[in-house]
Design a protein around this ligand. Structure first.
Ligand code: AMP
Ligand code: MG
Length: 343
């Protein structure tokens, strides 16, 4: 009798759930805590984030912010006579972090990359190589120094030069993954794997005495086989790779991460940058920023943002892998054509 009462109270556990959100495939595995209710809560949270940061959704906050500045002025040179536009607390917190990181990376990461992303047609059917004069025309619009965040007393507002536009494609998934972790903590979930299009959070431990094994893709392998595996618990593993979204012409590959200085896809011999840390938003910023900065970016970031505690794995074109010393006992190489150098 007693056991039948327990049985009837116990909610059905669902298999991992997958939905498209934030412009990518989001897969969530809550294991024994995977109820319909909790999956529902997580996916509606993702939807709410998408509704703020999806640049292609005319109902999204970022879309109306960008439209306001697009139609508001003709001059990109100076902040025009526009009045600031108010922004939501979530929009503000992501913009604040992205802007601080832009200053720390001297603009290698720049949230005002929007006009350049649009020019290259990244994430659209019309991806193409623009003419140099078009890039030259657009470049002055990509300038984080022209973004102002104002405190209006009733909330935050934003001012930037006319025709500038924001793009949080390099940070929004990390923000979302951290938000999901907050939900999991609140609901007392023991373990989970969150995978937002390769932006992974391995929450809790796989088993009391076992870490999760998170695969890092081999950029040379077209079928998506892993190059190595990292053993971790309660950590995020975020990769920016040139195989994620790219445009290929005459055997040349043009990636989706752009160098705001040249206006061209970043390419410093790097195929992928993976960052391992606790905060998925930090990891998302770092992996995109380091992809642009290259290996020498690591010491700069360590110096400029010492509170970002992170490890990295950088896979190069020439078969070298550079990884931080802390990961030495946590990595297992699966493709022995690579050589790992721990720094
Ligand atoms: P991720 O996959 O996290 O490295 O982010 C790549 C996305 O960030 C691109 O699809 C663009 O939307 C955006 N992006 C590209 N280049 C930059 C850059 N230099 N700084 C900030 N965001 C960028
Ligand atoms: Mg990123």
């Amino acid at each position: 009798m007693f056991s039948s009462i327990i049985m009837s109270c116990r909610k059905a556990v669902l298999p991992p759930q997958v939905q498209v959100s934030l412009g990518t495939v989001c897969s969530i595995n809550l294991f024994e805590d995977g109820t319909q209710e909790l999956y529902g809560e997580i996916f509606s949270f993702l939807k709410s984030i998408d509704h703020i940061f999806n640049v292609n959704d005319s109902g999204a906050e970022i879309y109306s912010v960008n439209s306001y500045f697009k139609t508001g002025a003709n001059s990109a040179v100076e902040v025009p006579e526009l009045s600031p536009v108010s922004i939501s607390p979530v929009f503000h917190s992501v913009l604040r972090k992205a802007l601080d990181f832009a200053y720390a990376t001297d603009g290698a990461f720049d949230p005002s990359i929007g006009p350049l992303v649009k020019l290259w047609g990244i994430n659209t059917e019309s991806a193409h190589i623009p003419a140099q004069f078009q890039i030259d025309e657009i470049l002055p619009l990509v300038n984080y120094r022209k973004i102002r965040i104002l405190d209006s007393g009733e909330g935050k507002s934003l001012l930037m030069a006319g025709k500038m536009s924001l793009d949080f494609g390099g940070v929004a998934k990390g923000y979302a993954a951290d938000g999901i972790v907050e939900i999991l903590k609140l609901r007392g979930v023991k373990r989970a794997i969150i995978d937002l299009g390769g932006n992974i959070y391995a929450y809790g431990k796989k088993a009391p005495d076992r870490d999760w094994a998170v695969a890092v893709r081999d950029p040379q392998n077209k079928d998506g086989a892993p190059a190595l595996v990292i053993s971790i618990s309660d950590a995020t593993v975020v990769t920016s790779g040139d195989y994620e979204r790219y445009y290929e012409k005459d055997g040349r590959r043009f990636g989706h991460i752009l160098d705001p200085k040249s206006g061209m896809p970043a390419s410093d011999g790097i195929r992928s940058v993976t960052v391992v840390c606790r905060s998925s938003m930090d990891a998302d910023l770092l992996s995109t920023g380091l992809f642009v900065m290259g290996l020498q970016g690591i010491s700069r970031i360590r110096e400029k943002v010492p509170d970002m505690d992170f490890d990295y794995i950088i896979i190069m074109n020439d078969g070298k892998i550079h990884a931080s010393r802390n990961l030495e006992n946590k990595l297992r190489l699966l493709n022995d054509t690579y050589t790992i150098y721990f720094n």
